[in-house]
Design a protein around this ligand. Sequence first.
Ligand code: BGC
Length: 664
Amino acid sequence: MTLDEKIAMVHGNNTLDGKPTEYVGYVPAIPRLNIPSIRMNDGPEGFRAQGSPGTSTQWPSGLSSAAAWNETLTYDFGRSMAAEFAGKGATVQFGPGVNVARVPVGGRNFEYLSGEDPYIGIKGIAAMVRGIQSQGVIANPKHYILNNQEDNRHFVSANIDNRTLAEIYFSVFEAGANAGALSMMCSNNRVNDEFSCANQQTVDGLLKGRSNFTGWVLSDYRGTQSTIQAALGGLDMQLPGCVKPDPSNPINCLSDPVRPNYFGEPLKQAVLNGSVPEAVLDDKVYRILYALIAIGAFDKPPTGTPATNVTSQAHADQARLIATQSATLISNKDGLVPLSAAELKGKTVAVIGTAAGTDIITGGGGSGAVVPARTVSVLTALHTELPESTIAYYDGTDPASAAKAAKAADLAVVVVGSSSREGADRPDLTLGDTDLAVAACGANNRTIVVVITPGAFLSPWRSGAAATLVMWFPGQEEGSAVADVLFGREDASGRLPMTLPNKENEMEFTPMQYPGVSNESVYSEKLEVGYRWYQAHDVLPAFPFGHGISLAGEQAFAYSNLQIDGATRTVSATINNNGKRDGIEVAQLYLEFPAAAGEPPLVLRGFSKVLIAHGQAETVSFTLTDRDVSVADDQGIWSVYPGQFGVSVGSSCEAIHLKGTLKV
Ligand code: BGC
């Protein structure tokens, strides 16, 4: 390859043959060498078809897959989404988003499939990457690394110790590398004062030096901030970027003051004058070519364009299934849910809240947004479900009117919700129409609150609500999925992938921790992220991590017969379903490390989602790997921690049913 050909491969903008393209990143083909073009697009909720709305499925968001606790489902989710990318001619899917939700108000928590726990992230990223890449589409886990806040995301430095970095945040990306992810996106923020995309410690050192990552690193859209440092630090591709700004033809090469071309011509000059050895450039090109060959891009010319309609009924059905699998019923007094349409015949149902109908929220904004061809609101779904009931819809803002509507009805369904988008964190954890939910719950004790949320939220209605069903961002099939659960066609089988707090900033972040002071954010909470903090500080949240209630009943599942085999490090337990119907349980395994290891009280190290027939029992079993019983040292190097471990099996981090010990 000539130097110019190599330089041409390490950046991409969004023009195709001199014209704007809908792919958000595009690297032209090199016909002389049969190298195919690289067509890249957002993102984690489906193909973001900016110019062709309605041509791709709006899937539930990444956080929904965290709430589903189901690796097979996550694999299928990735496979189906990527089939749509392939159908639109894309080579790379920007996703999954995998950052651990350190900050409850984080603006992009909805995009991330880790929730607040790296173990969920490790399982999720592996399944999702394999699913995506099974379709001949390269996965692109993002945003590497510590892009854990959106406020000030282009400048803030996440300052962190090696152990916390390894255990909580890097371990997820590492699992993506182990699963064969062929690319990753480095983030806009800085890490320990160096820009993430030019960061020797995290890109060259950790990702390329200490994991099995064979792919290439491309930058988030303001992530490239230097030429030589980024090239030597491990960045392989600047996005967006081009060779030389061309004022006469800005389409061909953008000259964007906040995204200057650091690769392209400046990189060529750096190679020519020796400040970047050509071997370094060769390695970048090698990594990109390796990924293209591995995914089969040389053998299969792309078909389809961003405008191709890739939606199908099968995908709509699957989006609906994912939404029900992530639907998390956090309270269900007296088993009000499932409802019976027959019992509601001739009765009045009050539906309250703009998110129920007039202002439906199905997904987030920014690059994670997908405009669906259609959406199903909760209001529409209830009309379909209850043709012989009177549906009274209140979409105003007055709590007294909401209370009146609820009081006059036999049943009230309030939908609370807020959206979120990249570039800013949420102002607080209060969702839209929360005051209406509080008022309705006060007026009618048969009030169900349905929650549409980008992450954690406050639930001041909870003492009065008959039931609260958390749907996260469920995607285009929202209303149908809500009805599937409310009327019991599907179990509510999601579990909380993040703690629901009692109040704002319950974890008492100082400004230095979040949002940071003078562009520095110090991760002084170390390993105490999410439930780890709550348990270490003996604080009971509103609803704990891992919590969720099956329609079989809150007390349906009885755990017994804990078996621990030290030699194979296998833990098993029996779960009986004593409930009133078949139900799905998510059994969770938490370890208590020996005190001297310095771990938080409990850490998740296994989960198993099982359907248990009414009156029957199932056995769940977990095998612990070396990594599961290891800690990282102050250099971030892992080793098995010998000693006596506590083993806890239960239905949330606060509902432990069986306890034993394991000697390592
Ligand atoms: C976002 C990325 C996205 C990129 C391209 C950036 O603003 O942070 O997640 O992939 O835009 O659209």
